[in-house]
Design a protein around this ligand. Sequence first.
Ligand code: G3P
Ligand code: CA
Length: 253
Amino acid sequence: LAPGAFLRQPGAPLTVLAHRGASSAAPENTLLSDEVARRAGADWIENDVQPSKDGVPHVLHDDTVDRTTNGTGRVRDLTAAQLGALDAGAWFAPATAGARVPTLAAQLDDLRTRGGSLLLEIKGPHTRDEVARIVKDVRDHGMAGRVFVQSFETDALRYTRELAPELPLGLLRASLDADPVAVAADLGLSAYNPADAALATRPEVVAALHAAGVAVNVWTVDAPARWKALDAAGVDGIITNRPAELAGWLAAR
Ligand code: G3P
Ligand code: CA
């Protein structure tokens, strides 16, 4: 992906990024929520990635499996075999029982087959070797052109940049840096991705980041009133639990 590929062109609609897949309509971070997001017309599917005990990257948000599966325990204390045996859909609705915790490899296979691009969040601190395993999965699947890496973890972004300079990077922030442009330059960012409430404190950083060639994607925004305000503020993308509704809202304008 070329630098600047995430910048919204004049007159173009903002990008719809489906948070944990279409997580309002299906169990988050499963192939099912990814499929619902794809059908909703999401431009990107956001998933969280972290390793199992035996080092296999899996798609799961929390650091334990307790909330979103029928199991218990820390993700990093469970093997790939143990994670693969869990039900990741029954907690959401009886009809979605049987959904699995995907490996990143399975998720990439699914994207390659069915289409779509991945906003891959490296969730939590990772070692260089753990990031290398993520990079290997992406490259082995021939998906480097359809993966955009984001993280709250600056170390993980630095490892990614060193190991896979072809992958564009986004920094997640719950509050704004004093100088987001300087941070973006230091980390080699293609995108700076703040929380909605954080951006609202200083919306002028959007123009400053754009002047530096850095896109701004805002999370996690589900209310039409905020979609309208962020659209007017010129952000490039919105990360939402409701991609079908955001796509519909954009189409109706
Ligand atoms: O993509 C932004 C968002 O995913 C960051 O927060 O906790 O949902 O991973 P979280
Ligand atoms: Ca995330």
